[in-house]
Design a protein around this ligand. Structure first.
Ligand code: SAH
Length: 246
């Protein structure tokens, strides 16, 4: 009898084994087919030896999910890989959408992972100890006007703000506009943490503030965390008080 296929949508966290969940490792081990963006597959190369590995380029998400479903329908155990958390700008949503669009009954298990904001927070100290919001500055799939509105609301609400997809080679004005919006509602001395490759071997941490944040390199491997009105920097750590009396 043909075995029943299954799909694991696996968030591998930043990429190193020690920051991956036990379930993520199990899912990858159980799978006989591994599908994902090449850069992420490279992070788990040691776990995928002997398996069928299908690595694809960026911006092929729908194609990747269709292929994943095809493979599962043939009876394979398929792991589709996201960096960080599969459910945070990852493959979980699109995989479920493709499944229901194609009216498939294949089981999908979403395996969570450490998202970039958590990894960067840990690297910085404790910046997200109070209410925070995560905003992606990528306007490929979202109208820039809507993103601007969310940036404004987050700043008005004095949220700590983690910015994903802050800047790419061809997309530079968004981070500049975001900063201008923040400066309307937040002090220019508000601490900002810039973390590149959080919890990866090439991790880089910069502590700065809203006034100076653009003087530092920011790219697509970077997450930017802007503090709230109580956030401070002490001894190389970015800290947002929760409110305990000490
Ligand atoms: N699913 C991923 C996010 C994908 S969006 C997650 O949960 O982390 C891609 C963006 O995430 C990047 O442009 C960058 O802003 C951020 N990112 C992902 N991994 C990162 C890391 N290790 N260090 C810093 N930023 C990271």
């Amino acid at each position: 009898m043909k075995t029943k296929g299954k799909i694991y949508v696996v968030g591998i966290g930043p990429g190193n084994r020690e920051h991956m969940s036990v379930r993520a490792i199990e899912a990858i081990q159980k799978a006989d087919v591994i599908i994902g963006y090449k850069t992420y597959i490279d992070l788990i190369r040691d776990l995928v030896a002997g398996k069928e590995v299908i690595d694809s380029g960026m911006k092929k998400e729908v194609e990747r999910c269709n292929l994943t479903l095809d493979k599962a329908m043939e009876g394979h155990q398929v792991a589709i890989i996201s960096s960080g958390d599969a459910g945070v700008y990852g493959m979980a949503g699109i995989m479920l959408e493709v499944k229901y669009e194609r009216m498939s009954d294949i089981e999908i298990e979403v395996v969570p992972g450490i998202t970039a904001a958590s990894a960067a927070s840990a690297a910085l100290g404790a910046p997200m100890m109070h209410d925070f919001t995560v905003i992606s500055l990528s306007d490929l799939l979202t109208d820039w006007e809507l993103i601007r509105k969310r940036l404004e609301c987050a700043a008005v609400g004095d949220f700590i703000i983690a910015l994903y997809n802050p800047k790419s080679m061809g997309r530079v004005h968004q981070i500049e506009e975001a900063r201008e919006i923040f400066l309307k509602h937040k002090a220019k001395t508000t601490p900002v943490g810039i973390v590149k490759n959080a919890k990866r071997k090439d991790e880089e941490i910069i502590l700065t503030d809203l006034e100076n944040m653009l003087n530092h390199e920011i790219d697509m491997l970077t997450v930017v965390i802007v503090g709230n009105s109580n956030t401070y920097i002490k001894d190389g750590k970015m800290i947002t008080p929760r409110g305990y009396r000490i």
